[in-house]
Design a protein around this ligand. Structure first.
Ligand SMILES: Nc1ncnc2c1ncn2[C@@H]1O[C@H](COP(=O)(O)OP(=O)(O)OC[C@H]2O[C@@H]([n+]3cccc(C(=O)O)c3)[C@H](O)[C@@H]2O)[C@@H](O)[C@H]1O
Ligand SMILES: Nc1ncnc2c1ncn2[C@@H]1O[C@H](COP(=O)(O)OP(=O)(O)OP(=O)(O)O)[C@@H](O)[C@H]1O
Ligand SMILES: NC(=O)CC[C@H](N)C(=O)O
Length: 586
C-alpha cells in the first residue's frame, strides 16, 4: 500500500492581505517539507482570507487572488519546494459577478482550491455545496461547481473538496466513492461554535464512510471580525478511525503518515457521475518527494472542558481583532462588577497587561466596594489602572439642563462613554465594551453610554456563563499556582448598574438563572411564547422578557461587533426587522 506523509497547515490568514497570506503558505510549506511531508494542505480561501464578503464583487480583488496564486506556484518552486504538492484555497471567477448586468448563467465567482506543483497550477476545484444559513451567504457570492477534481498523487487517487461539501450528504463525497479515490482532501473556513468540535468528528467519519476513503480535514485558526476559527484539523481513515487531530485555537502543523489504497482508474479524462462530473486532472501521477529526515509528528489532542474552550475562543477572537486592526492597546471601564472584570482578564490574557488600560469612573452612586474591587483586579492582573471621577462632569450637565429619573442614570453611563472615547482618541486604545448576551437581549444598557466601544469580547456570552467563566479562570490560575485574576467579591456580589441609590439588576430584570433559560429558548432556539410556556417557564415572565427582547432590536443593530461562540449570535446569525409590530403575546 502506498503511504503518504500529509502536512495539514492550520494557519491564521488575514482577510485582504493576499501577499501576507501567500507568504504564510511559503513559510509553512517549508516547514512541511522539512518534516518530510509529501503533500501540504492549507485552508479554504487561504490566499484572500475568509469570509471576504462583498470583496467578491470587486473584480480587482478577484484578479489579485488569481495572480497571486500563479505567483505563489512560481515562488514555491523558486524556494526549492516545487516537488511538494501544495493545496491552497483561493478566490477565482470564470465570469462576471452574478450581481452584475453582464452576468452569465452558471458562471461567476468561485470559492476555489488549487493544487500547486512544479511551479504551476496543476488542478483546480470549485466548491459544490455553498452554505447559505447562519453567518454564511455563499449563494450571494459564488456559483456552485459541478465537477469533482481527482488528482493522482504518489500512486493514490485524491479528490479535492471544500468545507460545506463535507456538511451535506450527496455531492462530492458520494461522487468520490464512484471515482474510487483513496483520499479526500477537505479544506475549511469553519468558525468555532461551542460543541461544534463534538459534531465535526462524527461528521468526518460519516463522510469517510460515504466516500469509502480517508479524509484529511484542515481548518484555519484565528479571529475575523465576529468569527473565530478553532482549527481542530484532523485525519480519519476510510473506516472512520481518527488518526491524528490538531489542538484548537493555535497555529499547528499536523504531520501524519497515512496508508492509502493504490489508484485503480486511468489518469485523465472525464466521466459523468450521479450529480457531478468527475474530472481526472490531466497531470500524470505527481511524483512524490522522498520523505525527508523530518519525523511525522501527528498525535491526537483530546478536547478540553467547555469553559476552557470558550475562554480560548474569546482570547483569540479579541487578540486577532486588536492585532489585525493594528491597535496598540485597549481601554475599558472597570466597575468592580463581573462583566468588566471578565473582559479585563480576557484582555490581559489576549494582549498582556501592558496593553490593557482599566479606568475606574466613580460617581456619587459608586459603592466603596466597586472602587476597591476594580483596584484589586488591577493589582492582580497588573494592567494600567487609572481613576477618573465622573461626578464633576455629571454635575455640570445637571447645572445646565433640567434632567431627572432614567435620563440621569443614562447621563452617568454616557459621561463614562465620553471619557473612554476621549482616552481612545488621545492615546490610541481600542475601547472594549462589556455588555453580555443577556443584557444585549433585553436592551439593558445605555445607548452611547456603557454600550460605547469598538469591540465586545463577551457579546455572545450569557450572564450565567460569564460567572462560570470567571470561576473557571480563577480555578485554572490556582491549579497553575498563579494569582486568580478576578476578585472573589466581583463574582459573589449581586449585579448592579449603580446608576441610582441601591439599584440592582433584579429591580428591572428577572434573576439571571430565570432569565437566561428563557432567552436561550427564544433567541438560540427560536421558540415562540407557546413553546417557552410548554417548557415550564412562567407565562407572565415569558411575556415580559419577550417584549424586552423584541423592542431592543434597535440597540442591537447599533452594537459593537463581538466574538461568536454560540450557534446563534446576535448579528448575522439572527436577522430581524427593527420596525416590527409582531408580538408573541398578540
Ligand atoms: N425603535 C427605536 N429606534 C431607534 N432609536 C430608538 C428606538 N426606540 C428608542 N430609541 C432611542 O433610544 C433611547 C432609549 O435608549 P437609552 O437612551 O439607551 O435608554 P433606556 O433604554 O431607556 O434606558 C437604559 C436602561 O439600561 C439600564 N442600564 C444602563 C447602563 C448600564 C446597565 C447595566 O447594568 O449594564 C443598565 C438603565 O438602568 C436603564 O434601565 C430613546 O430615548 C430613543 O432616543
Ligand atoms: N464606576 C464605574 N467605573 C468604571 N466603569 C464603569 C463604572 N460603572 C460602569 N462602568 C462600565 O460600564 C459597564 C456597565 O456597567 P454596569 O455596572 O452598569 O453593569 P454590569 O453589566 O453589571 O457590568 P459589571 O458587571 O462590569 O458591573 C461596566 O462593565 C463598565 O465597563
Ligand atoms: N466555509 C464553510 O463552508 C463553512 C460551513 C460549515 N457548515 C461549517 O461551519 O464548517
Amino acid at each position: 500500500m502506498p503511504t503518504l506523509r500529509l502536512a495539514l497547515c492550520q494557519v491564521d490568514p488575514t482577510v485582504g492581505d493576499i501577499a501576507g497570506n501567500a507568504g504564510l503558505v511559503r513559510a509553512w510549506s517549508r516547514r512541511a517539507a522539512d518534516a518530510g511531508a509529501q503533500l501540504a494542505l492549507f485552508p479554504e480561501l487561504m490566499l484572500t482570507g475568509y469570509p471576504v464578503e462583498d470583496l467578491v464583487f470587486r473584480r480587482s480583488f478577484v484578479a489579485a487572488s488569481r495572480e497571486a496564486l500563479h505567483r505563489l506556484a512560481a515562488d514555491l518552486a523558486a524556494d526549492g519546494l516545487g516537488e511538494l504538492p501544495v493545496l491552497v484555497g483561493y478566490l477565482d471567477a470564470d465570469g462576471p459577478p452574478q450581481v452584475s448586468a453582464d452576468a452569465e448563467p452558471g458562471k461567476g465567482a468561485r470559492n476555489a482550491a488549487a493544487l500547486l506543483h512544479g511551479g504551476a497550477v496543476v488542478a483546480t476545484y470549485f466548491k459544490h455545496h455553498l452554505p447559505n444559513y447562519g453567518v454564511f451567504d455563499e449563494d450571494r457570492y459564488f456559483v456552485s461547481g459541478d465537477a469533482l477534481t481527482v488528482v493522482r498523487i504518489g500512486g493514490v487517487d485524491v479528490a479535492l473538496t471544500i468545507c460545506e461539501d463535507l456538511w451535506q450528504a450527496g455531492g462530492p463525497f458520494a461522487v468520490a466513492r464512484q471515482a474510487g479515490v483513496g483520499l479526500v482532501l477537505n479544506i475549511n473556513g469553519s468558525p468555532y461554535e461551542l460543541n461544534k468540535d463534538d459534531i465535526r468528528l462524527p461528521l468526518v467519519r460519516r463522510r469517510a464512510a460515504e466516500a469509502g476513503a480517508a479524509i484529511a480535514y484542515v481548518n484555519m485558526v484565528g479571529g475575523q471580525d465576529e468569527l473565530v476559527y478553532d482549527g481542530d484539523s484532523m485525519i480519519v481513515d476510510a473506516n472512520g478511525t481518527l488518526l491524528a487531530r490538531a489542538p484548537q485555537f493555535v497555529e499547528h502543523l499536523l504531520v501524519h503518515d497515512v496508508e492509502l489504497p493504490p489508484a485503480r482508474e486511468p489518469v485523465g479524462g472525464e466521466e459523468v457521475a450521479d450529480d457531478m462530473r468527475i474530472v481526472r486532472a490531466k497531470v500524470s501521477d505527481i511524483r512524490l518527494p522522498a520523505p525527508g529526515d523530518g519525523v511525522a509528528v501527528g498525535g491526537i489532542i483530546e478536547p478540553v472542558a467547555d469553559e476552557a474552550e470558550v475562554w480560548q475562543a474569546l482570547v483569540l477572537g479579541l487578540r486577532d481583532y486588536v492585532d489585525k486592526n493594528r491597535f496598540p492597546s485597549v481601554v475599558l471601564g472597570l466597575s468592580g462588577g463581573i462583566d468588566s472584570a471578565v473582559v479585563a482578564a480576557l484582555a490581559v490574557d489576549a494582549l498582556g497587561a501592558k496593553r490593557v488600560v482599566g479606568v475606574s469612573l466613580p460617581s456619587q452612586h459608586s459603592s466603596e466596594h466597586s472602587r476597591a474591587d476594580a483596584e484589586e483586579l488591577a493589582k492582580r492582573t497588573g494592567l494600567d489602572f487609572r481613576i477618573e471621577p465622573i461626578q464633576p462632569m455629571v454635575d455640570t450637565f445637571l447645572a445646565n439642563m433640567s434632567l431627572s429619573g432614567v435620563t440621569v442614570e443614562n447621563l452617568q453611563a454616557r459621561v463614562r462613554g465620553v471619557i473612554l472615547m476621549a482616552l481612545s482618541n488621545q492615546e490610541g486604545h481600542l475601547v472594549l465594551t462589556t455588555g453580555n448576551k443577556s443584557e444585549l437581549a433585553v436592551g439593558y444598557s445605555t445607548l452611547y453610554g456603557d454600550s460605547v466601544g469598538g469591540y465586545n469580547p463577551v457579546k455572545d456570552v450569557w450572564k450565567t456563563l460569564i460567572w462560570r467563566l470567571a470561576k473557571w479562570r480563577n480555578a485554572d490560575a490556582e491549579r497553575r499556582g498563579e494569582t486568580p485574576p478576578i476578585p472573589e467579591s466581583s463574582i459573589g456580589k449581586p449585579p448592579s448598574a449603580e446608576l441610582s441609590p441601591g439599584q440592582l439588576d433584579s429591580d428591572s430584570l428577572p434573576e439571571y438563572d430565570v432569565l437566561d433559560p428563557i432567552l436561550i429558548g427564544y433567541v438560540d432556539g427560536d421558540l415562540g411564547r407557546e413553546g417557552l410556556v410548554a417548557s415550564g417557564h412562567d407565562p407572565a415572565i415569558v411575556d415580559r422578557v419577550l417584549r424586552m427582547v423584541d423592542t431592543a432590536e434597535y440597540k442591537r443593530r447599533q452594537s459593537a461587533p463581538g466574538t461568536k461562540i454560540s450557534m446563534k449570535a446576535f448579528g448575522r446569525d439572527r436577522r430581524l426587522p427593527i420596525t416590527n409590530r409582531w408580538r408573541e403575546d398578540g
